[in-house]
Design a binder for this molecule. Sequence first.
Ligand code: NI
Length: 225
Amino acid sequence: MLLAIPNVLTAEQIAESRRIIEAAEWVDGRITAGHQGTHVKRNQQLRPECPSARQVGETIVKALTANPLFLSSALPLYIMPPMFNRYADGQVFGTHVDGAMRLMPNGQRIRTDISCTLFLAAPEEYDGGELVVRDTYGSKSVKLPAGHAILYPSTSLHQVTPVTRGARLCSFFWVQSMIRDDARRALLFDMDVAIQRLAAEHPTNPSVIQLTGVYHNLLRQWTEV
Ligand code: NI
């Protein structure tokens, strides 16, 4: 499931986040690339341990964990501390698949079920820089307003097209979901959306309770924690 989460950050949070990270030290993005990534990755990143990255990362995680659409669609168990990248001057990240496991700063390993990109620059600020995600229905090109995030299955092949004008500034991170399988997670999300709508329109309908029970019992069946 490819899902946009609008307005994760407010305009004020974006401006403040950019002020902090733009003043930090940017390094070659290959520092965090795996074997496959080093050949196709050309960008800049903040070091994961950089205090500016940590500070803005905390703002992002706080905003996400208060966002009902994110919680309902990702069903997060662990969220990797957000990292930051910048593409300019033709920089690019060729087609790749994200590594299955990542090491958290506390030494814990997390499985990457969902890949997330949070856009910090407005689309008008740069040309190119589309995130292209390939799935069974074909390729989808994504370029969202600043403050919006895109979630996509970490199993998918994806790329960032060359940035030919301006700079593309994003945060990126991974989620280990309580539900490993993307199809099951998508079913639960659809069901949650339908229940919420039914509950809003017909709050006393007994089906609301019954369907809520089905939702939670499916979650109990499928959750891996
Ligand atoms: Ni990737």
